[in-house]
Design a protein around this ligand. Structure first.
Ligand code: NAP
Length: 250
């Protein structure tokens, strides 16, 4: 980053969890963070705390995203970092998922990242060495229901964008977290089980993201030992299906 160039980051879902932890760290390093989300109160609270800005915006609403990106570009002609982090959970199987929720998962977790990447492209191109970080999931690499399907789509988007944006001078980092204890994805129920040790906090993920950005990485798993889950799914899908079949009641 050339000295003197303002560093502006747009963080979707930036008021809580992983997005908030990342925004706090970026602000501590002198970045101006613009937080996007649907609920104004938590956005305003964190923006005040870190000396940042916020925009109420549903990333699933393409026109709203376009509007916010256009108005933001008047204030900040160049955006150095876009973090596509907004996401919703969906703990259910395909056969029992509420149809509305199945659609919403795709609109928020996948299409939200696409609409933001497209809308903020002019501002990203106006910055030098701009980066896009897509917060995907280990669930994007393993077949476990409608949430996982939305994350598979977002993963394909993120990997494709890495290729499409590189000639434009924009690098993409794909982040695949495992279990992270946050507001939308509470993991307390695992604390007394064998899976409890698999859970990390949002600060841990934010630190790994900043380290990966510093090292110019293109894709990370957080923690790194989740990566073999993706290999097993790719190399032995039958074994994964048998394992899931055993853990799911008939
Ligand atoms: N926690 C985990 O175990 C885990 C694991 C792997 C991946 N991830 C991914 O990490 C990302 C961040 O999640 P988190 O764990 O930090 O949970 P979180 O604290 O619930 O954060 C999600 C954020 O997204 C915002 N959001 C949700 N829908 C939105 C929409 N339509 N438009 C704009 N903002 C929206 C929420 O704010 P509003 O409700 O105010 O809009 C919230 O601030 C998500 O993409 C999630 O899928 C999480």
């Amino acid at each position: 980053m050339p000295v003197g160039e303002p560093r502006v980051a747009v963080v979707t879902g930036g008021a809580t969890g992983i997005g908030a932890a990342l925004a706090q760290r970026l602000a501590g390093k002198g970045w101006t963070c613009v937080l996007l989300g649907r609920r104004e109160e938590p956005l305003r609270r964190l923006a005040d705390e870190i000396g940042g800005e916020y925009e109420v915006c549903d990333v699933a609403d393409r026109e709203a995203v376009d509007r916010v990106a256009a108005s933001l570009q008047e204030r900040h002609p160049a955006v150095t970092l876009l973090v596509n982090n907004a996401g919703i959970p969906g703990r259910s199987d395909f056969l029992d998922v509420d149809p509305e929720r199945a659609e919403q998962l795709i609109r928020v977790n996948y299409l939200g990242s696409l609409w933001c990447a497209r809308a903020f492209l002019p501002a990203l191109e106006a910055a030098r060495n701009a980066k896009v970080v897509n917060i995907v999931s280990v669930a994007g690499t393993v077949a476990i229901g409608p949430y996982s399907a939305s994350k598979h789509a977002q993963l394909a988007l993120s990997r494709s964008l890495a290729v499409e944006l590189r000639p434009r001078g924009i690098r993409v980092l794909t982040v695949n977290p495992g279990l992270v204890h946050t507001e939308g994805f509470p993991q307390e129920h695992l604390s007394d089980s064998a899976f409890g040790s698999l859970v990390v906090g949002p600060d841990f993920v934010a630190d790994r993201i900043l380290r990966a950005l510093g090292r110019g990485r293109t894709e990370i798993f957080v923690p790194a030992w989740y990566r073999p889950a993706a290999w097993v799914q790719a190399l032995a899908p039958g074994a994964v299906a048998r394992l899931r079949g055993r853990s799911t009641p008939p």
